[in-house]
Design a protein around this ligand. Structure first.
Ligand code: GDG
Length: 472
């Protein structure tokens, strides 16, 4: 196997001890890196007064990581700026929040160049280079400019926006053109792939070749839909281990016989938390007999707190949860337990299991791993019900969830009522169908599908599902 070089904004070195606190993605990537004696390259998360290009190499549990520090101006313009104030909102249909500033764009270009400058001397002729996410779109082009001829792939974890939205990004053409310097571009769903192809054909005049690849200005790119999975078997195991059992028991004790409706999301406006609270409030008002019989636990660890739109959504949620609780709570019961902190993964697995229903209602989401983790953590004999936004990438695979329009409080309220009344046989049937998909298309399937497509092997081509093929 060629050596795998993974590049992402941040690097998550393995922690060992069964890697219990790491996400499935980090564990799967670490396993692939270990197997190929590869390396994970990215930003350390630290700042330095002036950029030196110094690379900090570390080896943890068989995985080599290589990180660089960035200048405060880089963090501001590239990370808080272009990545999280321009691309993230725009790619999540929030053009109202997208900020277009030349300084951000300049910082993004500068940091991608810094990545290329420090990374390219580390690349050996047979390495497979796999670049992740919206922070690093132009990195492939910068590496090519430095003479790197290796196979380079790119995977976008977030949605690809409709063309009409992307046109509002200054220099959108240059950004998209830079993707043609990759050999493979992976998107989470067919829907995002279709949007990408639409842009490539209508705006760039790219051609679709007979084998489904895209051709533009003499470069040939294979674009695939390749949904990220979780390590379903490992997550299921984790839900049966001590930490999870304790968390599940303690949740059930504190629920005092009430049904728990759970939400677990990074505090982000794309996750539809406000709309979710409105939907839950509507459910309580339409079903007064259910008040005091249910409660919602919303776990929402804060993220990107340096960005104003994140401070605003946090304030709005504080106010809204306070208002709903103030209006509906009694001396014995609080309708929403709203918690702004994170929990260890094992405890999270137990909380998933204790929940009669899980509300995963993003307004737009590349995939959404919480939906998958909730399903994997359930008791097969008595599973809970997943209520899932049709605008999450995960809805393309988890079709047996109760699919809702997260903008409609009525739809969310109806789904909560249905979930809480669903009989056990229907719950089991739905859960089983979803679990089958999660096991089949797990994180290793995702990783192998992408890497096989990147190596161009026949196996890789066969693994990319029929429906992912680009129509001729
Ligand atoms: C991006 C895309 C795509 C959450 N709270 C705690 C905790 N989490 C973990 C969850 C899950 C992860 O964070 C969140 O993953 P998501 O997929 O839901 O969302 P994003 O962070 O927005 O990720 C998304 C993903 O990339 C992968 O491609 O699915 O669409 O936006 O694993 O469990 N983990 C722990 N404690 C918490 O309190 N330990």
């Amino acid at each position: 196997m060629s050596r795998l070089l993974v590049v992402s904004n941040r690097v998550q070195p393995p922690v060992g001890e069964g890697e219990a606190n790491q996400g499935g993605l980090a564990v799967a990537l670490s396993a692939a890196l270990r197997e190929s004696n590869g390396m994970w390259f990215g930003w350390s998360g630290q700042e330095t007064e002036s950029f030196t290009g110094h690379i900090n190499f570390q080896r943890n549990h068989g995985v080599t990581t290589a990180t660089i520090d960035l200048e405060p101006q880089d963090t501001e313009e590239y990370y808080n700026g272009y990545a999280n104030r321009t691309l993230w909102p725009l790619f999540h249909d929030r053009i109202d929040l997208a900020e277009f500033q030349r300084g951000f764009e300049g910082g993004y270009a500068r940091v991608n160049l810094r990545f290329a400058d420090t990374l390219s001397p580390l690349i050996e002729p047979d390495d497979l280079v796999w670049i992740h996410d919206y922070h690093m779109i132009p990195l492939g082009r910068e590496l090519r400019r430095q003479g790197i001829q290796n196979r380079i792939g790119f995977f976008l974890h977030i949605p690809w926006p409709p063309t009409r939205l992307l046109l509002s990004l200054p220099h959108h053409r240059e950004l998209v053109e830079s993707l043609f310097f990759y050999d493979v571009v992976g998107l989470q769903t067919q829907e995002w792939l279709d949007s990408f192809l639409h842009y490539a054909q209508t705006q760039l005049g790219a051609e679709i070749l007979e084998d489904g690849c895209l051709s533009y200005q003499g470069r040939v790119l294979r674009a695939i839909a390749c949904p990220i999975g979780i390590d379903a078997a490992a997550f299921q195991d984790m839900a049966n281990q001590e930490l999870a059992i304790q968390a599940c028991d303690s949740m059930r004790r504190s629920a005092e016989g009430r049904a728990m409706i759970l939400g677990v999301d990074r505090l982000d406006y794309s996750k539809g938390l406000e709309e979710r609270f409105w939907g839950y409030e509507r459910f309580l008002k339409e079903h007064p007999e259910m008040q005091e019989k249910v409660f919602m636990l919303q776990i929402a660890p804060p993220s990107r707190g340096d960005v104003q739109s994140y401070q605003e959504i946090r304030n709005q949620l504080d106010t809204l949860s306070g208002r709903i609780n103030g209006e509906l709570a009694s001396a014995e019961w609080v309708p929403i337990r709203y918690v702004n902190k994170g929990y260890p993964r094992g405890a999270l697995a137990g909380m998933y299991r204790a929940a009669a229903a899980c509300l995963v209602t993003p307004l737009r989401d590349g995939m959404n791993l919480v939906a998958k983790e909730y399903v994997a953590a359930q008791d097969p004999e008595d599973p809970g019900v997943l209520i899932l936004s049709s605008f999450a990438g995960a809805a393309h695979q988890l079709k047996q969830a109760l699919l809702v329009n997260p903008h409609s409080a009525e739809d969310v309220a109806d789904a909560i009522a249905r979930a809480l009344n669903m009989d056990k046989s229907e719950r089991i049937e739905r859960w089983q169908a979803m679990m089958d998909i999660l096991r089949k298309e797990d994180v290793n399937w995702w990783l192998n599908s992408f890497v096989d497509a990147l190596t161009g092997g026949d196996e890789g081509r066969a693994k990319v599902r029929e429906k992912d093929k680009v129509p001729a």
